[in-house]
Design a protein around this ligand. Structure first.
Ligand code: B12
Length: 214
């Protein structure tokens, strides 16, 4: 791997907030495409920390520090993703991480990429109650609801959003997109969602397919 991107990975692995932020700035100065630095640099670091945590080689404080470094880098790089975008809104999505779940790095990346590709996005943040997804989608006249879940214990909330929409007779008016590490296409089908995407680029393609084509 490119040694600069390797340093980005390493800064997250070591939980070095200042270094991560500084490398993110340098990346933009050096002309690296922001998405490539996020995916091939910083995300590699956070995923590796997750693996080490699962193996029991690192502990929660290190995981928290790595997430802190990741967030500092993202704060520099996310605005650059959308720079210069002036395309008219392709559709409107409400997005959030499901209740009980505070993981918001991937959700925020997806939200930014959607915006960078011409979608209007209402980001509800993390730990969002099931009913709030539906209330907000109705209130702002969205076309779809995008739900992130990173824990096997919280992904059932995605199913409850679909059930709530059915209860309020709002299917198929609002399309439902799901994502996050434990999710899959099979899971989306099982809970009656319209689609699953495994990363932010695929999420944009999915939103285009479901909303712009529909
Ligand atoms: C960083 C992190 C944290 C940080 C979160 C900081 C934050 N503000 O987000 C902190 C330290 C707080 C944390 C806490 C916990 N964590 Co944690 N965490 C992670 C870690 C290492 C990385 C997640 C991440 O940011 N990835 C980078 C982003 C860019 O990727 P992503 O989230 O997958 O998103 C991409 C795609 O999934 C997709 N996507 C995401 N959302 C959506 C939505 C839609 C609609 C679409 C279409 C696509 C999409 O696009 C994104 C961009 O490419 C993961 C490991 C992993 N492999 O996921 C564990 C992990 C998710 N955590 C785990 C656990 C267990 C916990 C804790 C319970 C630990 C504890 N004992 O307290 C708590 C839970 C707290 C809670 N209630 O939510 C486990 C979950 C295991 C399981 N089976 O459920 C994991 C898998 C670690 C592991 N290997 O065991 N965690």
């Amino acid at each position: 791997m490119d040694s600069f991107l390797e340093r980005c990975t390493q800064s997250v692995l070591e939980g070095e907030e200042e270094q991560a932020e500084d490398l993110a700035r340098q990346a933009l100065d050096l002309g690296y495409p922001p998405l490539a630095v996020i995916e091939d640099g910083f995300i590699r670091g956070i995923r590796k920390v997750g693996e080490l945590w699962e193996e029991g080689t690192v502990f929660l404080p290190e995981l928290v520090m790595a997430a802190g470094a990741m967030k500092k880098a993202m704060a520099v790089l996310l605005p650059a993703l959308g720079a210069g975008v002036q395309s008219p809104a392709q559709g409107h999505l409400v997005i959030g991480t499901i209740e009980g779940d505070i993981h918001d790095i991937g959700k925020t990346l997806v939200a930014t990429m959607l915006e960078a590709n011409g979608f209007r996005v209402t980001d509800l943040g993390a730990d969002v109650p099931v009913g709030r997804f539906v209330d907000e989608a109705e209130a702002c006249g969205a076309d779809g609801i995008a739900i992130s879940a990173l824990l096997t214990t919280t992904m059932s909330g995605q199913r409850r959003v679909v059930e709530e929409l059915k209860k309020r007779a709002l299917r198929p008016r609002f399309k439902v997109l799901v994502g996050g590490a434990p999710c899959s296409q099979e899971w989306a089908e099982q809970i009656g969602a319209d689609g699953y995407a495994g990363d932010a680029v695929a999420a944009v393609a999915l939103a285009r397919r479901l909303i712009c084509a529909g």
